[in-house]
Design a protein around this ligand. Structure first.
Ligand code: PBG
Length: 328
């Protein structure tokens, strides 16, 4: 019997060798924690479909941001849930609106120790739950929505966000936002484009997280899961419009897209491990069907391996804790 010529197992024989040859690893500095702040709350409110994730009060949001900075996270992505919604999402452009107040409070708390990002989108603010305003036929009106995004972006920049995350998938949104920021003297505020954002069933728990009123779906503006090539077009357009970073969302069911974009993008590539991805891991782990910590780490590593640098994940703070423990 001949011996095998090649023995890849040699480099797997113990943890020290495996660590030496590991190609990818997670680092806290590249993890971004999404966080929800809700107007009128007196106590943090647990989100049932996302065990361990809360709608925050202003105070608990500040504490969460301070903790994120202390753990060495890269950033925090803020979402606001207003008390009152209307057809045009006017709470989104109110400088005293919940999201803008949240941004300001977090900026005051952590300064430049943590990158403060905010969601530029109308769905949390509209009574119908769509990411834009509706025309008389009930369709999302792209260009009227752009005007509102421009105003929203300036408000968020003025409140103190370092990076804006337009997530509404309106055509031309990056150009309009960049132009508005520059005109307002906010040349230093960066734009992280949700370039390839797919219409996904895995957003389910997020709808609970922001008490979404959405009727119908977002298929006229978010991308179709059937398409791969189109993601490259979205990225090219966003780059031409001035995006500083690009994102793929969701992450786990779209790792091919992450990989494609990582190969062509001259700017940093991020991916968003969304609410439904979190919920799946939590539900399976709670049933004892998978090992929670190992599954979380593997899921995030797969996103890194596909080529994303920054990862938005509801696990960010916890994973940073694990990574910090590992260093000791
Ligand atoms: C839109 C927005 C959504 C998410 C982030 N930004 C919801 C949607 O597009 O339906 C989803 C995030 C998640 O599911 O974790 N403002």
């Amino acid at each position: 019997m001949g011996f095998p010529q090649h023995r890849p197992r040699r480099l797997r024989q113990n943890p020290a060798v495996r660590r030496l040859v590991a190609e990818f690893e997670l680092s806290s500095r590249q993890l971004i924690l999404p966080a929800f702040v809700r107007e009128g709350l007196t106590e943090p409110n647990p989100i049932t479909s996302m065990p361990g994730v809360m709608q925050h009060t202003m105070d608990s949001l500040k504490a969460t941001a301070a903790d994120a900075a202390q753990r060495g996270l890269g950033g925090i992505m803020l979402f606001g849930i207003p008390e009152h919604r209307d057809e045009t999402g006017s709470a989104g452009i109110d400088p005293k609106g919940i999201l803008n107040r949240g941004i300001a409070a977090v900026r005051e708390e952590v300064g430049d120790e943590l990158v403060i990002m905010s969601d530029v989108c109308l769905d949390e603010f509209t009574s119908h739950g769509h990411c834009g305003v509706l025309d008389e036929k009930g369709a999302v009106d792209n260009d009227r929505t752009l005007e509102i995004y421009a105003e929203m972006a300036v408000m968020q920049a003025e409140a103190g966000a370092h990076i804006l995350g337009p997530s509404g998938m309106m055509d031309g949104q990056i150009a309009v936002i960049r132009e508005a920021l520059d005109q307002a003297g906010k040349q230093d505020v960066a734009v992280l484009a949700y370039a390839a954002k797919y219409a996904s069933a895995f957003y389910g728990p997020f709808r609970e997280a922001v008490d979404s009123q959405l009727q119908g779906d977002r298929r006229t503006y978010q991308m179709d899961a059937s398409n791969r090539r189109e993601a490259l077009l979205e990225v090219e357009l966003d780059l031409a419009e001035g995006a500083d970073m690009v994102m793929v969302k969701p992450a786990m069911s779209y790792l091919d897209i992450v990989s494609d974009i990582a190969q062509m993008s001259p700017v940093p590539v991020s991916a968003y491990q969304i609410s439904g991805e979190y919920a799946m891991i939590e539900a399976a782990a709670a049933n004892g069907w998978i090992d929670r910590k190992a599954s979380v780490m593997e899921s995030l590593l797969s996103i890194r391996r596909a080529g994303a640098e920054q990862i938005l994940t509801y696990y960010a703070a916890e994973v940073a804790g694990w990574l910090n423990e590992g260093k000791k």
